[in-house]
Design a protein around this ligand. Structure first.
Ligand code: ATP
Length: 190
């Protein structure tokens, strides 16, 4: 069984994320796909993301009715900096026979070698890279293996959504309607 793992801050989740998920499922033939929000990104130690409970709630709203994607809150429950290798080891224990794939946007490929226990991570998973507008070529360098998906680059980011909300601009075209409504009903990013 091919299992896809999609980690990120999801602060908030947006159409780019959903697009990545669809491309990975279709092009790599994933049987299951887990969205795994981080408690704290090790690369953004001073960042103060929206509360984990909210980021989880938005993800669940975004994926409601989607039978091929699930939300996994293990990194939130663990707390502290979220290291992908810990999460990947947990999946390897739970699904010993599965082939594990880790989804990333092209902006992440250059810093993969800085991820904790990068060599071990490279042995445990194959990466699925989705091109992202504004980012250079998305090739994976050794020791990492996997493939670059075709997809169709979608220029949406969480930072753009946060900036627009701060400026009082609409975000309905950037995130699913239920998430846009939830964002409009709180003032987290003001
Ligand atoms: P921010 O703007 O706050 O940096 P983000 O939009 O990159 O956030 P994250 O939650 O940090 O969102 O991203 C999680 C993963 O999804 C990362 O691997 C990122 O590269 C990827 N990703 C996010 N948006 C896109 C997109 N539009 N196209 C391809 N990959 C994306």
């Amino acid at each position: 069984m091919k299992i896809g793992l999609f980690g990120g801050s999801f602060d908030p989740v947006h159409l780019g994320h959903l697009f990545v998920a669809r491309a990975a499922r279709e092009e790599a033939g994933l049987a299951r796909l887990f969205f795994i929000p981080a408690a704290q990104s090790p690369f953004k130690p001073e960042a103060q993301p929206a509360p984990a409970a909210e980021r989880l709630r938005w993800l669940r709203l975004a994926l409601a009715g989607d039978t091929t994607a699930e939300v996994d809150d293990q990194e939130i429950r663990r707390g502290g900096p979220s290291y992908t290798i810990d999460t990947v080891r947990a999946y390897a224990r739970t699904y010993p026979a599965a082939e594990l794939f880790y989804l990333i946007g092209a902006d992440q490929t250059a810093q993969l070698r800085l991820w904790r226990e990068a060599g071990e991570l490279a042995r445990q998973v194959q990466f699925l890279v989705i091109p992202r507008p504004g980012d250079g070529p998305a090739e994976l360098a050794a020791p990492f293996s996997g493939r670059v998906l075709r997809g169709v680059p979608l220029g949406v980011s969480s930072s753009e959504i946060r900036a627009r909300l701060k400026a009082g601009l609409p975000v309905e075209h950037l995130t699913p309607p239920a998430v846009a409504e939830a964002l409009a009903n709180n003032r987290l990013y003001l």
